[in-house]
Design a protein around this ligand. Sequence first.
Ligand SMILES: Nc1ncnc2c1ncn2[C@@H]1O[C@H](COP(=O)(O)OP(=O)(O)OP(=O)(O)O)[C@@H](O)[C@H]1O
Ligand SMILES: Nc1ccn([C@H]2C[C@H](O)[C@@H](COP(=O)(O)O)O2)c(=O)n1
Length: 229
Amino acid sequence: MSRWKPVDGLQVAIDGPSGSGKGTAAKMLAKEIGLPVLDTGLLYRLIGGLAIERAIALDESESLVALANEMLESVAWTVDGITFDGENWTDRLRSEAVGNAASKVASQPEVRECLLGLQRKIAESGCVMDGRDIGTVVLPGAQAKFFLTASVRERARRRWIQLKEQGGSSLEAVVEELKMRDQRDQERQHAPLLQAEDAIAIDSTTMRVDDVVDRMTGVLERRGLIVVS
Ligand SMILES: Nc1ncnc2c1ncn2[C@@H]1O[C@H](COP(=O)(O)OP(=O)(O)OP(=O)(O)O)[C@@H](O)[C@H]1O
Ligand SMILES: Nc1ccn([C@H]2C[C@H](O)[C@@H](COP(=O)(O)O)O2)c(=O)n1
């Protein structure tokens, strides 16, 4: 049972670069305030993962749009992950290779356009959504927006710990990959990673996830967007 109750249709947007902790914070916050959650990165990762599997070039817009539409027909998700055609894809989407592929397909405006309707539909009855363009493009009218950051080194350290379980690369290699992905996500022309003007920035470099979530619930409570249930 959640400690908090959200106002009807509450939309909370959480954006930020890779490894800032937005996915973890979004899940915890959603559980605490009793809302569904969508990690939009998983949608782009699924398209990137499918493109790799089917050897589709990551800049071939027409094929990627067809893939995105196919994905939309057979995708389902829970708080713990994502399935495609009834198969659980969550674990195989976690690699840096898929993260990079996702970042490349996400730079195609036509692919982003395909995903827009689904994201907005999910948010209609209220949700916590995390990604790169949620506060700026997907849900510009969200009642609360957060922009989560952390130093590149700390984000790489977090990612490196995750990748070690898969027998991954050195910390320095992860730092370099993260910088490249940040640059691609920030510099693309369509819906780049950007802090919305009305978003609250939270630097999580030295914060525990619990403290990040407390900061968020504090804002929601002060704005009257959640009440004690
Ligand atoms: N405040 C924090 N302190 C330490 N570790 C954290 C913190 N927040 C998240 N983490 C850990 O860092 C890793 C990355 O977090 P998470 O997946 O939430 O980041 P993200 O911003 O959603 O990244 P991506 O965009 O690549 O999905 C996870 O292992 C998570 O447990
Ligand atoms: N709203 C979103 C979500 C994700 N992306 C792109 C950019 C990321 O590099 C890639 C993977 O996302 P992650 O799982 O690391 O959050 O997907 C985007 O452009 N917009």
